[in-house]
Design a protein. Structure first.
Length: 207
């Protein structure tokens, strides 16, 4: 039986947590396990193995998905996406501070994806401002209900502090002439994000 659909939604660029389909298209997919261990989990400073592995990864159609998988799952050993574990170390150090609004939008659209702490915080604050219930946030982020309540409570405090201090900071912020200090600490605990109208509209539509 033939099914006709008018769904022309573009293929998503962010993969869900359970989506491992990309692995079947990797150039290393059908390699013997022994060769994979020697090339992609090589001995330290084995330049021949590193060069050969990088050559394979360089022409792989799922190189980025492989790299993202290693970061999202905290895989620190071996070569993933053509990047050695030493080269990948700085990425691991900063991945939890990543704030990618395409991931935030995908979470609001109901996709089960890896979120950094910063992205989870952005989702929670936007959900609070939109009037979501803790149950809805728990379902969206796949969280325990008590954890979702705690996140919403923290978001409420953060937004209240931001709104309380924002205008006050603009009105009373001391100048260099009065303090003699160029590095004046701002009382703003949660700075407002600079967001484009299109981003705000997209998040509103997704929510």
């Amino acid at each position: 039986m033939r099914h006709i659909t008018t769904n022309d939604t573009p293929t998503p660029t962010i993969r869900g947590i359970a989506d491992h389909s990309w692995q079947e298209r990797g150039r290393c997919h059908n390699m013997p396990a022994k060769d994979i261990d020697e090339l992609f989990f090589h001995a330290a400073r084995d330049r021949a193995a590193i060069d050969e592995a990088k050559s394979i990864c360089g022409r792989c159609p799922v190189k980025k998905a492989c790299f993202d998988y290693a970061l999202d799952n905290e895989i620190r050993q071996g070569m993933w996406g053509g990047i050695t574990e030493d080269e990948r170390r700085p990425w691991h150090a900063k991945v939890n501070k990543r704030l990618d609004y395409s991931r935030v939008k995908a979470a609001f659209e109901g996709r089960d994806i890896h979120l950094s702490d910063a992205e989870r915080e952005a989702v929670t604050r936007h959900a609070y401002v939109r009037g979501w219930s803790p149950d809805r946030l728990a379902h969206t982020l796949r969280l325990d209900l008590d954890w979702a309540r705690d996140l919403m409570r923290n978001a409420a405090h953060a937004v209240a502090d931001r709104d309380r201090y924002w205008d006050q900071a603009d009105e009373t912020e001391p100048t260099d002439e009065t303090t003699g200090d160029d590095d004046v600490a701002s009382p703003v605990q949660v700075p407002r994000q600079v967001q484009t109208d299109s981003l705000i509209a997209a998040l509103r539509k997704a929510a």
